[in-house]
Design a protein around this ligand. Structure first.
Ligand SMILES: [Zn+2]
Length: 182
């Protein structure tokens, strides 16, 4: 168990595509330890999720969990989900703007459009195929983390960079404002 170093915006690894984890390597101690370390790292920094790229590992592994998270006080809780080799399918054309932060873009928030419902297909850490239909905040977190595995950071998805805010200013001026227009 270890807290891993998190790459920040500007590190090229965040702009690279992660590769699928070969199923015959998934259950090796090295991969299982990486998963455990990613969970520890997500907990240490109060993240809602963490993707392989963010810890300098170009492997299609993401961990997601939301439970009484001080960074997302209004968020629903999401059980610990270990996502290997994910595919995401939008279940609607509807998109919604919402605030996001990222451990790789520390102390910042920005308003990001996301599909409101997605299907996530993935393997769990034992290699079993899983499928979950998610909406709203869970769907947002899934899109954020799977974007990381494709080399995409949330700021790339923002339609208007004027909402990009330092957390201290965000707490003063934006907290509670979910949508600017429409
Ligand atoms: Zn992120």
């Amino acid at each position: 168990m270890a807290i891993l170093k998190v790459a920040r915006l500007g590190h090229p690894v965040l702009r690279m595509k992660a590769q699928p984890v070969p199923m015959d390597q998934l259950r090796t101690p090295a991969v299982q330890r990486l998963i455990d370390d990613m969970i520890d790292t997500m907990h240490e920094y109060d993240g809602a999720g963490l993707a392989g790229n963010q810890v300098h590992e170009l492997a299609q592994i993401a961990v997601i969990e939301v439970e009484a998270n001080p960074r997302y006080p209004d968020a629903i809780s999401i059980p610990l989900t270990v996502v290997i080799n994910p595919a995401v399918i939008a279940l609607t054309d509807e998109m919604e703007e919402g605030w996001e932060g990222c451990l790789s873009v520390p102390d910042m928030r920005g308003m990001v459009p996301r599909y409101t419902a997605v299907r996530l297909e993935y393997h769990d850490r034992e290699g079993n195929r899983q499928e979950v239909d998610a909406k709203d905040f869970f769907a947002r977190v899934i899109q954020h983390e799977t974007d990381h595995l494709n080399g995409i950071v949330y700021v790339d998805r923002m339609r208007d960079l004027r909402t990009l805010s330092h957390i201290a200013e965000w707490n003063k001026h934006w907290l509670g404002i979910r949508e600017q227009n429409d």
